[in-house]
Design a protein around this ligand. Structure first.
Ligand SMILES: [Zn+2]
Ligand SMILES: [Zn+2]
Length: 281
């Protein structure tokens, strides 16, 4: 008797697991940022969500959960990924390599997806001018495939060269998902003390990414600001926006800028390229 689970059974189990994870994390974060008064005071954009945004994001999330389950089923069922590394060194190596590589992959593909020719692939994610935890999974299937290719392609290319581990990859993907939801919460969750020093200059805060959704033409990075700073795509008033949000006086308009007293009001850096790619098409 063949006791190997069929493709359909593996798919259904993974789809149920991914759906449960998504519902739990998104639900808990959405509830927490709404009910907690201290967090409600740290809202970034003080604007309502259009009903159709949340409906469309929920629908896209269901599609992405099924797509992710399908990809994972193919990889597991036919044992395409053979990550055999074990021990903490292998877990750490896998996590660190995936982290650095995916920062590069995400920044590059994200910038390309903002070109006029490819923006149609990325449009679904930008339904959110003001982000919601649901925005974290609001992608077109094609964009999700590009993101998956970054992770799976990297592991496939290196799995026979380096001692990569399943636990390290799973840990990275789990952290990636969690920080993605938190990063789309439209609430500044980074403790004030962590903003000081090098960490504040490197780590992407929810405010950093909220400005990407509101303004389009900058802040393409995933979890680090390094590439945005190197390639001149960081908004000049980011730190001042962060100060405002921390003071409990977030932004009231999508186009709002927080100027220094000495500023002329003329935007610098990527703000010069500020435009809505949808209207540019
Ligand atoms: Zn974008
Ligand atoms: Zn986003």
């Amino acid at each position: 008797m063949n006791l190997e689970p069929s493709f359909v059974v593996v798919f259904l189990i993974l789809a149920a697991a991914f759906a449960l994870r998504t519902a739990l994390v998104t639900g808990v974060v959405a509830r927490f940022i709404t009910d907690n008064r201290r967090l409600a005071a740290r809202r970034i954009f003080r604007l309502p969500y259009p009903d159709e945004q949340l409906r469309a994001e929920l629908k896209a999330t269901v599609g992405i959960v099924l797509f992710d389950a399908l990809v994972a089923t193919v990889l597991f069922r036919w044992q395409i990924l053979q990550l055999s590394g074990s021990g903490w060194a292998a877990h750490l190596l896998t996590f660190a390599l995936l982290f650095v590589w995916f920062e590069l992959w995400f920044y590059l593909t994200h910038r390309l997806l903002h070109t006029k020719a490819l923006y149609f692939i990325h449009e679904q994610h930008h339904l959110a001018k003001v982000t919601h935890p649901l925005t974290a999974m609001s992608f077109s299937l094609l964009e999700r495939a590009i993101l998956q290719l970054g992770v799976v392609g990297f592991l496939l290319a290196l799995q026979h060269l380096l001692p990569l581990s399943r636990a390290g990859a799973a840990l990275y993907l789990g952290a990636n998902y969690l920080f993605n939801v938190l990063g789309h919460s439209n609430t500044e969750l980074t403790p004030r003390s962590m903003r000081r020093g090098w960490f504040g200059r490197v780590w992407v805060t929810p405010t950093f990414h909220a400005l990407h959704h509101a303004r389009y033409g900058g802040h393409y990075g995933l979890f680090t600001q390094v590439l945005d700073r190197w390639f001149g795509s960081a908004f000049a008033d980011y730190e001042r926006v962060l100060d405002r949000v921390e003071e409990g006086a977030g932004l009231a308009r999508l186009t709002e800028r927080v100027l220094d007293p000495g500023d002329t009001g003329r935007p610098t850096g990527p703000e010069n390229r500020l435009r809505d790619p949808q209207s540019a098409q």
